[in-house]
Design a binder for this molecule. Structure first.
Ligand code: URA
Length: 249
């Protein structure tokens, strides 16, 4: 079950503590010193209830800096190769690419599904459990497109098999939903899938005797990884990005 929706108003000390700025007591101290400003006016009393709306980041400053994104946000990250989609594995994690304070947030930020450590490209992250479930729900039919580089030239039979709706992966008992293959060269292709099974793309090519040497996700639904978003960079998603994601590819 998803968490209840974010309250539309929240006590200032609780909101900022939940956003990782410090303890409620510390927030009360900051407020008293006039270091928390809303619409140009200091809020001296941290009991004050403030509106939790996306524009709060443009209206509030904390110690002279714009507020972090308020709860209920989503971002797109250009995941580089070599970082893991996990909260607690050894080595570099996708969460290390975000500001440190964001790790202390409640609700916590999670990845929307996962990409393998060796896969790069478009990864969404959000603190909104309802949105996360909507994106990953099979009912949303959000297609994911991958650019694939292969060890060996394709035989030419892959496209028909992947599109058949009858392909079985090893140790699974349900066939894969049809997937679309667009061949770019003998060893490069775009593959669009609508499921998210474990290591799905690598296993599909392994099943036809090939080996994926590089994998990059460049699109989810109608949302493309922005060309100017470098590996390791992230950008907050706006309403238009969400409409693209849920709209037709
Ligand atoms: N398929 C894979 O094999 N790996 C990914 O990271 C995503 C899809």
């Amino acid at each position: 079950m998803s968490k209840p929706p974010i309250a539309s108003q929240m006590r200032l000390d609780r909101l900022l503590a939940n956003m990782g700025y410090g303890s409620r007591k510390e927030m009360q101290g900051l407020a008293k010193m006039g270091r928390i400003v809303l619409d140009g006016e200091p809020i001296k009393d941290a009991d004050t209830r403030v509106p939790v709306t996306p524009d709060l980041a443009q209206r509030m400053t904390v110690q002279g800096r714009p507020l972090d994104p308020p709860p209920g946000f989503a971002l797109m990250l250009h995941k580089p190769v070599g970082v893991t989609c996990s909260h607690k594995e050894a080595g570099a994690l996708v969460y290390d690419l975000l500001p440190g304070r964001w790790r202390m947030r409640d609700p916590a930020i999670s990845t929307v599904g996962r990409l393998d450590k060796d896969t790069s490209g478009l990864l969404l992250m959000t603190d909104d459990g309802g949105l996360l479930h909507r994106i990953i729900s099979p009912k949303s039919h959000i297609a994911k497109r991958y650019r694939v580089a292969l060890d060996r030239p394709m035989s030419g039979d892959e496209g028909a098999l992947f599109a058949s709706g009858e392909m079985m992966l090893e140790s699974e008992d349900k066939p894969l939903l049809p997937a679309a293959l667009e061949v770019l060269s003998p060893t490069e292709a775009l593959l669009t899938i609508t499921e998210g099974r474990y290591h799905q793309v690598r296993r599909m090519f392994a099943a036809v005797g090939n080996h994926v040497t590089a994998l990059h996700r460049d699109r989810m639904g109608g949302l493309e990884l922005p060309g100017d978003l470098e590996p390791g960079q992230y950008r907050l998603m706006d309403a238009a990005n969400l409409a693209d994601l849920f709209g037709a590819a």
